[in-house]
Ligand binder design. Sequence first.
Ligand code: ZN
Length: 155
Amino acid sequence: MALRTILNKRDEALSKVCRPVEKFDEKLWILLDDMIETLKKADGAGLAAPQVGILRRAVIIDVGEGLYELINPEIIEKSGSQRDVEGCLSCPGEWGYVTRAQKVKFKAQDRNGNWYEKEVEGLFARCVQHECDHLEGKLFVSLVEEFVDVEEEKL
Ligand SMILES: [Zn+2]
């Protein structure tokens, strides 16, 4: 495994729509393993492949409920709403309130190409929505309703 560089929001890779993952091969597994190591080092909750410069639909999430790999994820149901402070590893120092669905049901493939479905809520649901936005070239800062001073919020 190796650490990859997390791109800053100014990098144009972060505004591109990503292509589906088609090959579930060693190249994908190396990418996922590198993303896992990079996420742990950065102490984040989620990381999308475009954040390390790979324009493919692959995401990893770890919000303390185990590590999930979402390949070619699609949100198939959304309900409720939550408003909370959000940040992004590609936007260091920027935090702000974003309203998201409280619950989402998504389907995705695992690293071997097997489809699975999962229903999540709260922080996990927020993270799925945030990471899926990355695959569409969309950053959370475009959704922020009110930016906050991280020192004051003690995040
Ligand atoms: Zn992000």
